[in-house]
Design a protein around this ligand. Structure first.
Ligand SMILES: Cc1ncc(COP(=O)(O)O)c(C=O)c1O
Length: 307
């Protein structure tokens, strides 16, 4: 499906994707003033239904981002959920889909100022299978540091902060790696360019908290719940140092895009035996079953598109 054929929600209306445009003077374009979400819908086993994973949590995070960034969503929580699901429906989606709600400051005035009245809400969709097209990846600690929360709050998923992510990814690619790992200014493990980090050591899972300048991740939180409640794993949330990554038995990245992506090596130190570890594999399988609606007590995390 070409983007030109798709329907996009733009500032109160459903329009052809080609007509969902902003002026070159938009502050969103010039200064990166905005925040966004990234949501997945998974085609169910019946080949027809599409279930959106944790829609409620994604919209909740968008609401909190809007509050921090002086932006305004067009209506109640239920209204925003409905705009997102309706955008997916209007695109007649019967495949794995990614929906991108985008809340921007669309003023064309020169100075960078955030004002609720300049808010413009957009939702577009695209087919999406894999975001990282490899079964295992080699990652490198970036020379770029994650932006501090008191400079640009990464927890808001702000559009502007992805310059930080893009610089780190480019550096990783140029050096022959698949993904970058950010440290905080204090040298603690933060996150990937668009993924959270888990390691496993001696049968225990660890992941750094969102106070390490990373996004408050919905996949990450879901994995913690699945690991502890469904699989009986022990999980500890705490700071992780760089060299701890090198001695991990297992490591994986996670996110709406990345889902669960096993890590083979960090800065050329191969983890485990270079194979997908047992905890990672069990979580991957369970996650896949959950998002496809095969785990009865987790279907409350799914919002069906077709009624
Ligand atoms: C910087 C960053 N970290 C982590 C994630 C993963 O977060 P979530 O699981 O909420 O999609 C994302 C988004 O996918 C992201 O952009």
């Amino acid at each position: 499906m070409l983007h030109a054929d798709m329907v996009t929600y733009f500032n109160g209306k459903f329009v052809d994707d080609a007509d969902a445009t902003v002026n070159v003077r938009s502050r969103a374009l010039n200064y990166g003033l905005g925040c966004f979400g990234g949501i997945r819908g998974y085609l169910a086993d019946d080949g027809h239904q599409v279930n959106v994973f944790r829609l409620d949590q994604h919209v909740r995070r968008l609401e909190l981002s809007a509050r921090i960034l002086y932006l305004k969503l067009p209506g109640s929580h239920a209204d925003v959920c409905e705009i997102i699901t309706e955008t997916i429906r209007r695109n007649e989606v019967h495949f794995d889909v990614y929906a991108r709600p985008l809340l921007i400051s669309n003023s064309e005035k020169l100075a960078p100022v955030l004002r609720e009245e300049d808010s413009c809400f957009i939702v577009y969709t695209m087919p999406l299978k894999r975001y990282i097209d490899k079964d295992m990846i080699d990652v490198a600690v970036s020379s770029w540091r994650r932006v501090r929360d008191n400079a640009i709050p990464a927890r808001t998923k702000p559009t502007g902060v992805y310059l930080n992510s893009a610089l780190a990814r480019r550096e990783a690619f140029d050096n022959g790696f698949d993904e970058a790992i950010f440290l905080t200014e204090d040298g603690k493990v933060s996150e990937g360019s668009a993924e959270h980090i888990f390691i496993a050591r001696r049968g225990v899972l660890y992941s750094p908290p969102s106070t390490e300048d990373n996004l408050d991740g919905i996949t990450r939180r879901s994995i913690i719940t699945m690991a502890t409640e469904d699989l009986g794993y022990k999980f500890v949330e705490r700071s992780i140092g760089r060299s701890e990554l090198y001695v991990a038995d297992e490591m994986f990245l996670c996110g709406t895009g990345a889902q669960i992506t096993p890590v083979r090596s960090v800065d050329r130190r191969v983890l485990g035996g270079g194979q997908i570890g047992p905890m990672t594999q069990a979580l991957k399988t369970h996650f896949d079953n959950v998002v496809h609606g095969r785990v009865a007590h987790r279907t409350e995390w799914l919002t069906p598109i077709w009624r």
